[in-house]
Design a protein around this ligand. Structure first.
Ligand SMILES: C[S@@+](CC[C@H](N)C(=O)[O-])C[C@H]1O[C@@H](n2cnc3c(N)ncnc32)[C@H](O)[C@@H]1O
Length: 217
């Protein structure tokens, strides 16, 4: 039986939600990195590891308006952005005309095998139904060079070995136990060497987590 073409898939829902909110989101995150020392610290570690490993590019996957793409670029790491939302890509191009941004899905990256030196997924895996995350992590592993690094940021849950949906402001999202996502990263072939969890700030509901992993020989 052929599916009903009029029923939007979860991907359509996510894309449309971010298209609708792109301008508001851009304003919301403006200047946020200046007030987020943990974020800057993890990005600095990632950038240093990537820089030490040659001069290839980093893919910022689910780049939104491009703030992390631009930040990594300012740290001396050539970075380009990919996002599902055409509106986000339009804003990113407008804000950072010197950088490259393309529409695309993390579930099927238009990148060659072992073609990027680093990869960032900054709160962008959060909307993917959990059963599809293993395939995306395989896709991340495929496009990363050997000795390359990947950095993930996401909402965490205290509950061990859990992934649970929550009412994210833009569209349905999931928060993960760090152990559970780390286990999936290991299953995909990554070496998980750095994890950081911070408690919620007064204006946040959940712990925030960061995983830094590498594709070793
Ligand atoms: C919470 S925003 C984070 C944006 C950016 N990383 C930042 O920190 O400002 C999530 C972004 O992921 C993108 N996204 C969600 N699912 C995606 C997918 N399957 N492939 C590519 N991008 C996706 C959304 O369009 C959105 O721009």
């Amino acid at each position: 039986m052929v599916g009903n073409r009029n029923v939007p898939t979860d991907v359509d829902i996510t894309r449309n939600a971010y298209d609708d909110i792109a301008g508001v989101y851009t304003e919301f995150v403006k200047g946020h990195l200046d007030r987020a020392p943990h974020d800057r610290a993890m990005l600095a570690v990632f950038a240093e590891l990537v820089r030490a490993n040659g001069s290839g590019a980093v893919a910022d996957i689910g780049c939104g308006p491009g703030r992390m793409t631009a930040h990594l670029h300012s740290l001396g790491v050539p970075t380009f952005g990919i996002d599902l939302s055409p509106e986000m890509i339009a804003i990113a191009r407008q804000q950072y005309p010197e950088l490259s941004f393309e529409e695309g899905s993390m579930e099927q990256l238009a990148l060659g095998d072992a073609s990027v030196r680093g990869l960032v997924a900054w709160y962008s895996l959060i909307h993917l139904p959990p059963e599809r995350v293993p395939d995306v992590l395989n896709e991340f592993y495929r496009v990363l060079e050997v000795e390359g690094h990947a950095l993930l940021a996401f909402f965490a849950t205290h509950a061990p070995d859990t992934v649970e949906p929550f009412d994210h402001k833009v569209t349905r999202a999931y928060r993960w136990s760090v152990e559970r996502l780390a286990a999936l990263l290991r299953d995909a072939g990554f070496t998980v060497h750095t994890r950081m969890i911070r408690e919620p700030a007064p204006d946040e509901r959940f712990q925030q987590a960061y995983l830094l992993v590498s594709k070793l020989r």
